[in-house]
Ligand binder design. Sequence first.
Ligand code: ZN
Length: 328
Amino acid sequence: MNLMAESKKNILKIAILYDDEFLLHNTGHNHPENSDRITHAINSLRNDSKLKLNLIWPSFDYAPIDVISLAHSKEYINLVKLESEKLSGFSAKLSTGDTVISKQSFQVARKSVGAVTHGIDQIMKGKVFSAFAFTRPPGHHANKDRGMGFCIFNNVAIAAKYLQQKYAIKRILIVDFDVHHGNGTQDIFYDDDSVFYFSIHQHPFYPGTGRPNERGVGNGLGFTLNIDLPKGAGDFEFIEGLKNQLIPAMDEFKPEFILVSAGFDAHENDLLGQLNYSDDGYKKATNILSSIAKKYASNRMMFVLEGGYEPTNITKASQSILNTIISP
Ligand SMILES: [Zn+2]
């Protein structure tokens, strides 16, 4: 191999999972979870001369119903299909609660799941070092049979089940740093000792769950870890939480894969969240997560977008994460 081919091979590749179809989930006028959130980040990444060499943009398909049903009931999946497809372009609310849907939402949500499972395939087959899925709609409030918040299918929960089913991965860590507690993800794995759910979020805040005394039940007792932060907390509390609570827990659990519910609504100046993480905070957090991934998980780590309601924050924070993966 000549020198040039060798240096090309050594460039760390990261898969960006994105499809224009994600823009078709129409939440109506003035809804914070809108398509501008991701177009800004995607356009910036495509034009980032520094990151460009490291990024690949694979295409992917809709997730089959069998894959979505790894974390959701067939009845709920069918309800999403029926209630969205009957709409004639206008937005309405899913009958399970407060989630806005439009005619294309079922297909878009299926494609979001397809993005995360394809990202996992790319990592597990050694085609990329890591992956970042810029999906809409987000997923962490959705549980087995209910959409909630801005979430329809729980992308990260399905990803964890998919890793177990397809690749026989035994222990998975889900790190959720969205400003909101991921009640749906917690619920799906609450009695499960094979998936460790760690969330750091604002309290009191929507959806109200995620207190430190929520630690799991049955076999899952001790495999849920919640840190709730008061309004106004920032990088210091974020990083201390990871260092003092997540790292020791992972030295026991020894995850084989890390999934990150990457919401950026804890970023300073978010429209909804009132925490103050900075781009440098996301950099420090990425270094901590990378060190856990390196120690126990053969570096296997995938980021999946959750919330974040200031497009420029999503852009800057995700670039900070991607740059940190490439050069810690
Ligand atoms: Zn959120």
